[in-house]
Design a protein around this ligand. Structure first.
Ligand code: XUL
Ligand code: CO
Length: 475
């Protein structure tokens, strides 16, 4: 009887907290059909920091959210976010196989009921991991209806439910975005489609997604190119497509100003998949595009690990390029398989990778509005619910450890000192003249003609890699 009473009181509190502002009929409908709060992950304990000697798979070994480093708790340095699409929507399907993952919240015949159950599961999950942020596409959180009006209505209903949860949750929205790639209408792209009706539809969708992101307090808004690219130039007006993409982004900037959305706009580069040639190939391509169309002051970059490797770059390279151009906004944290040519979106567990990444983030002055969003999914074979929790713990630990190593590397100035010495020839003599603009081809020729010999010094790559390992193994 006591247990039943506790259960009843608990249910009443949950009921009061979660559905406060919905009208009575909606509440009735909602409670009757979709109410599983605190049940999806009931076998999984709240994840706490236990230290490196813990063998508990449900504990952090290196991520202690409250550990203060450089005057700030680790959770504020790392700003972890859960990707709604992978964590709550992925089914493990691939080009060869049907869904292999059945989540308990996907149990209704109505997509809207599933969407509501997913919100409940999501906030339970955020709480279990004590994660400060999540990211979403419009279509992850609410299903499409028969037409755009109905779709927007679905979205509004789920957004008001999420808003209620946000009132009491410690988790906030890092960024929102619009899915402009899954539906067949986007078969030729969205803002770069050959069909102006599709351009208009995509604009309406982004308009709504911006409103929703603002309403949910999102700190950023992301554009990932989706199907903005092409398969063959034999049917493609590349110039018009790129001009249209720029027009679209300018419209987004204007509308954000109009509604007072002051979040950071981000573009997420990716070189291929789904199209053969994605326009936002890599950080340098995107930067060139933004500069050409006078958009660079409104956008920063959301760099994703696996996208960098698909472009033939180290993640470290993409982050460095973004940092030196003051474009490093946020990170989609995952990891690819270097033997595969597609986006595997694995949970990041490679500490060398996280160390070099956090090195760039620290050198950039840390995240401002951005963070580390786990754009990662469990493998098709990892279909148990607990694998989702373990994947995130592994990724959070890997980034926490990487951050700590990188912090020491930066503080000790290990690479800075070496690099400064390596480029010393530009501090004095002819080098100083080159850098200050006092040299030209004629003065340089005169200098070169009088050089008796040129002396180079070793780049010491092996030594530096040895030092990096020493920091990794001793921290
Ligand atoms: C696709 C990808 C997306 C974006 C958001 O490769 O990374 O999930 O992060 O649209
Ligand atoms: Co991504």
């Amino acid at each position: 009887i006591i247990m039943m009473l506790v259960c009843l009181i608990n249910k009443l509190i949950v009921y009061k907290n979660s559905v406060k502002n919905l009208d009575v009929l909606k509440i009735f409908h909602y409670r009757r059909r979709v109410s599983y709060k605190m049940k999806y992950f009931k076998d999984i304990p709240e994840v706490k920091y236990e230290g490196p000697h813990s063998d508990n798979p449900f504990a952090f070994k290196y991520y202690n959210p409250d550990e203060v480093i450089d005057g700030k708790p680790l959770k504020d340095h790392l700003r972890f976010a859960i990707a709604y699409w992978h964590t709550f929507c992925a089914t493990g399907s691939d080009p060869f196989g049907q869904p292999a993952i059945n989540r308990p919240w996907d149990r209704f015949s109505s997509p809207m009921d599933n969407a509501k159950a997913r919100v409940e599961a999501a906030f339970e999950f955020f709480e279990k991991l004590n994660v400060p942020f999540f990211c979403f596409h419009d279509r992850d959180i609410a299903p499409e209806g028969e037409n755009l009006r109905e779709t927007n209505k679905n979205l509004d209903e789920i957004v008001s439910m999420i808003k209620e949860y946000l009132k009491t949750s410690k988790t906030k929205v890092l960024w929102g975005t619009a899915n402009l790639f899954s539906h067949p209408r986007y078969v030729h792209g969205a803002a770069t489609s050959c069909n102006a009706d599709v351009f208009a539809y995509a604009a309406a969708q982004v308009k709504k997604a911006l409103e929703v992101t603002k309403e949910l307090g999102g700190e950023n808004y992301v554009f990932w190119g989706g199907r903005e690219g092409y398969e063959t130039l034999l049917n493609t007006d590349m110039e018009l497509e790129l001009d249209n993409l720029a027009r679209f982004l300018h419209m987004a900037v204007d509308y954000a100003k109009e509604i007072g959305f002051d979040g950071q706009f981000l573009i997420e580069p990716k070189p291929k998949e789904p199209t053969k040639h994605q326009y936002d190939f890599d950080a340098a391509h995107v930067y060139g595009f933004l500069k050409k169309y006078d958009l660079d002051k409104y956008f920063k970059l959301n760099i994703e690990v696996n996208h960098a490797t698909l472009a033939g770059h180290d993640f470290h390279h993409e982050l460095r390029f973004a940092r030196i151009n003051n474009m490093l906004g946020s990170i989609d944290a995952n990891m690819g398989d270097l033997l595969l040519g597609w986006d595997t979106d694995q949970f990041p567990t490679d500490v060398r990778l996280t160390t070099l990444a956090m090195y760039e983030v620290i050198k950039a002055g840390g995240f401002d509005k951005g963070g580390l969003n786990f754009d990662a999914k469990v493998r098709r074979g990892s279909f148990e619910l607990e694998d989702l929790v373990i994947g995130h713990i592994a990724g959070m630990d890997a980034f926490a450890k990487g951050f700590k190593i990188a912090y020491k590397l930066v503080k000790d100035g290990v690479f800075d000192k070496f690099i400064e010495e390596r480029y010393r020839s530009y501090k004095e003599g002819i080098g100083a003249k080159i850098v200050s603009g006092q040299a030209d081809f004629k003065t340089l020729e005169e200098y070169a003609l009088n050089l008796s010999k040129i002396e180079n010094k070793s780049g010491k790559q092996e030594l530096l890699e040895m030092i990096l390992n020493k920091y990794m193994f001793s921290e």
